[in-house]
Design a protein around this ligand. Structure first.
Ligand code: URA
Length: 210
């Protein structure tokens, strides 16, 4: 994956995203849509996973068939909203190892504060996909990637639902080696660091909190 930012403009992704943005969409519907959209985005972010081949017998004949090379994969959820995307990717790649980064955003400074970190072993050998629906200021995303690199990761991708130009710029500056896949590059952030037009607080919308 060579581009720093990939916006997946597939009609199914865009349709589901519109439903998610609508403030009338219920919590359960929001969660379901997030899981579905994540699987479509995961299709894009995993498209360069290495294949090898294996010999199988179809009902017709023997064939040499492609199969994942079994390179280790780690999914890392950036808490708490990342968990809404994690399930979707895990359904596609059930054998992936899972890590968690707990960061909350100080509402005054908009800076990330770490409260939890747990990563699978041998991060240096893994393709690491970090998931967080909202790339807003980019501060917490960049801090999460810092932690993953400190844990040894060298091959990292970032999967989000919405990105703000400010967040993309921050990630490009801090981690130009980490490609980003998203469903939309939105217009801007507001003064509180929320994405416009956005969809509001992703965690609140998926967990029904306020
Ligand atoms: N986090 C969210 O949940 N929503 C935003 O718009 C920005 C950050």
């Amino acid at each position: 994956m060579s581009d720093h930012l990939t916006v997946v403009d597939h009609p199914l992704v865009q349709h589901k995203l519109t439903l998610m943005r609508d403030k009338g969409t219920s919590t359960s519907e929001f969660r379901r849509l997030l899981r579905e959209i994540t699987q479509l985005l995961a299709y894009e972010i995993t498209r360069e996973m290495e294949l090898t081949s294996t010999t199988i017998d179809t009902p017709m004949e023997e064939m040499e068939a492609p199969i994942l090379a079994g390179k280790k994969l780690a999914l890392v959820s950036i808490l708490r909203a990342g968990n809404g995307m994690l399930d979707g990717v895990l359904e596609l790649i059930p054998s992936a190892r899972v890590g968690f980064v707990g960061l909350y955003r100080d509402e005054e400074t908009l800076k990330p504060v770490q409260y939890y970190f747990k990563a699978p072993e041998a991060m240096e050998d893994r393709l690491v996909i970090a998931v967080d629906p909202m790339l807003a200021t980019g501060n917490s995303s960049a801090a999460a990637i810092d932690l993953l690199k400190e844990a040894g990761a060298t091959n990292i991708r970032f999967l989000c639902l919405l990105a703000a130009p400010e967040g993309v710029a921050k990630m490009k500056e801090a981690h130009p080696d980490v490609p980003i896949v998203t469903a939309s590059l939105d217009r801007q952030l507001n003064e509180k660091g929320y994405i416009l037009p956005g969809l509001g607080d992703a965690g609140d919308r998926m967990f029904g909190t306020k």
